[in-house]
Structure formats: structure tokens, C-alpha cells
Design a protein around this ligand. Structure first.
Ligand SMILES: Cc1cc2nc3c(=O)[nH]c(=O)nc-3n(C[C@H](O)[C@H](O)[C@H](O)COP(=O)(O)O)c2cc1C
Length: 317
């Protein structure tokens, strides 16, 4: 809500927060993108450096290649480029469930990360002709990882969002950080359809599957997670909306990939600087001096999100 007489000075607006025990200058994270092959070495080094400069968090792409062949650690070992920021490792829940939890926990210590993102991607797998078809054993694996890495496991979707029911199960497994990664941004189900090989897989209806990011934040907000909002975040205004809907940190993947593809490290830095400066502008315009004030802001919700909330707030029959 616009505050025409907020009385703030741009220079006094603070976007500081904390995540995984470290200080962030802005409540942003470069979401999981890549790792495990030669070109990812430069990408992850450059993105880690940008994250360090801007004081934001960095989540690595899936460490599955490194789990299968430890000599592929190189592209994930970015701590020396980013000594102060939260660095988050990454593995798929199905890979985690197929391995000894101690081996999965070592993915974090071996690259001096602060935490581990465990990604959920059932819809993406169903869109691949060669993808997984069994998703059993995931919660058991999450419970074991949450015990081994207390306060350091982040469960994330990959573009289909987290419902209230899923959030409840993840919380009960002992996980304390949740990244909604809702629908509305990168659609991995669509990517899989476009690159699909021969063999059976789900049809085009899967392109649009999932819980929109804003709705997913509303679903997950009551569970007292450290909450990351992501999936289709493209501007500082999107980021501000996530924070007002309950997120503590906001993640972006595709805009960073695109900016890096066009302009390398400088491109990625400029893209993220723009998001941060726009977030500050929104904070000034709504009269929020800092992130706690923005999180207390009561946003006006209309349209389909309002319908979603009304429907989901009804008592079950
Ligand atoms: C090129 C690319 C690669 C990705 N690789 C991973 C990955 O390895 N692990 C993961 O958890 N998510 C991965 N993601 C998903 C993102 O982390 C994020 O959840 C999703 O793309 C939604 O954010 P966006 O709309 O800002 O892209 C990837 C996304 C992109 C664009």
C-alpha cells in the first residue's frame, strides 16, 4: 500500500537480514542453477563473487554429479570466492533417499557450505521419458538429514510450489528452512517437454502444473519456517511482495542466468543491483524502514490470489 507521507530517507532504508547464521546486506539468494561440468566452474565462481560483493546468499546447483564422482567437486568449491555469505549445497530428494544420509551430509562439509537444499521435482521427473517414477522414502530421508544437519536443511521445490499439507509434513520431519519455488517462473516441466526424447512421459498439461509462488507463500507462511520465496521473481517489486506475504529471503534463478549469458559477471551484478535498488524504492514508497517493517506490512490482496485464500480458508466439510 502506497504511503504518500512515509517520511523516509533513501539512505536510511536497511535491507539487512540474516540467513543460515550469516548476515545478508539484502534479503536475496541466487537460486540453484548449475554445477558438475566444466563450464559451471566459471559460472559458479562468478556468481559466488557477485553474491559476496552484494552480500546475498548463493545456492549451488545439484551436486548429483559430485555424489556419483567425487572428483567433480571443482565447480562447487566456491567458498574461497565468497568467504562471508551463506552458501547452500543442493541434492534431489530421490538421490538423497538412495544414499546413506552421512554421504549426503558430506556434500555440505566438503564444499564448506552452510546448508543443504534438498530439491523436490516430481513433476519434472514425470515430464522426462527417462525420469524417476518412484518418490517413496523421501520423508524418512529428510528426517535423517535434519538430524545430521540441524537448522541447515532447506527443502525447495523447483517451480511447482509447496502446499500447506506439504509444508506441514516437511516441518514435522524437522526441517527449518523452506523455499517455495512456486509456479510462474521457470517451468521445468515445459523444458522437459521441449527437450524430450522418445518414450512415455506426461502430456503438455504438465507445463502449467503447480501452485503459484504468491499462493504457495500464503500456504507455507504459518509454519514458522525460515521462508524463501521464489519462482518467477523478476523485479524488486516482486521481491517486496514476497516479503510482505511472509518470505524472509527471496530467490531468483532465470534472470541471473539470462543476465550472465548476456553480460557475464558484470551482467549478473547489474541485474541483482537493480532488484536491490528497486526493493529499496518500494520500501520507501510503502514507508518500511527495514525488512521487519516490510514483513509487517499488510498487503491488499485481490483477484485470483484472494479467491485462492478464500477457498483454502474454508473449513473442511
Ligand atoms: C538453468 C537453471 C538450472 C536449475 N538447476 C537447478 C538445480 O540444479 N537444482 C535445483 O534445486 N533447482 C534448479 N533450478 C530451479 C531454480 O533454483 C528455481 O527454483 C526455479 O528456476 C524458479 O526460479 P526462477 O523462476 O527465478 O527461475 C534451476 C533453474 C534454472 C533456470
Amino acid at each position: 500500500m502506497h504511503d504518500a507521507i512515509g517520511g523516509l530517507d533513501c539512505d536510511e532504508i536497511s535491507t539487512q537480514t540474516t540467513f543460515l547464521g550469516r548476515r545478508l546486506k539484502a534479503p536475496l539468494m541466487i537460486s540453484a542453477i548449475s554445477g558438475g561440468f566444466a563450464a559451471a566452474r566459471d559460472l559458479n565462481r562468478d556468481l559466488a563473487q557477485v553474491a559476496q560483493e552484494l552480500g546475498i546468499a548463493f545456492c549451488l546447483g545439484s551436486q548429483r554429479p559430485m555424489l556419483e564422482d567425487p572428483s567433480r567437486i571443482g565447480s562447487y568449491a566456491v567458498r574461497r570466492y565468497a568467504p562471508d555469505i551463506p552458501i547452500v549445497g543442493n541434492i534431489g530428494l530421490q538421490q538423497a533417499a538412495a544414499h546413506d544420509p552421512k554421504d549426503i551430509a558430506r556434500l555440505v562439509s566438503s564444499i564448506e557450505a552452510d546448508g543443504l537444499a534438498v530439491h523436490l521435482n516430481a513433476a519434472q521427473e514425470l515430464g522426462q521419458s527417462e525420469g524417476d517414477r518412484s518418490f517413496a522414502g523421501g520423508l524418512k530421508s529428510l528426517r535423517a538429514l535434519a538430524r545430521l544437519l540441524p537448522g541447515r536443511v532447506m527443502v525447495k521445490e523447483t517451480g511447482c510450489g509447496i502446499s500447506r499439507e506439504a509444508a506441514r509434513k516437511i516441518k514435522a520431519a524437522g526441517v527449518s528452512i523452506l523455499d517455495t519455488a512456486g509456479a510462474g517462473g521457470t517451468s521445468w516441466t515445459r523444458v522437459e517437454r521441449l527437450r524430450r526424447g522418445p518414450g512415455p512421459s506426461a502430456g503438455p498439461w504438465l507445463d502449467e502444473w503447480g501452485i503459484p509462488t504468491a499462493a504457495s507463500l500464503w500456504e507455507a507462511a504459518p509454519f514458522d519456517f525460515k521462508l524463501v520465496g521464489s519462482g518467477g521473481i523478476r523485479t524488486g517489486l516482486d521481491a517486496a511482495k514476497c516479503l510482505a506475504l511472509g518470505a524472509d529471503v527471496v530467490g531468483l534463478a532465470l534472470p541471473v542466468v539470462r543476465a550472465y549469458a548476456r553480460g557475464g559477471r558484470d551482467g549478473a551484478r547489474a541485474c541483482l543491483r537493480q532488484v536491490i535498488s528497486d526493493l529499496k524504492a518500494v520500501m520507501l514508497l510503502v514507508g518500511a524502514r527495514d525488512i521487519p517493517a516490510l514483513k509487517k506490512h499488510n498487503p491488499v490482496i485481490t483477484g485470483t490470489l484472494r479467491e485462492w485464500i478464500n477457498h483454502r480458508s474454508r473449513k473442511p466439510k
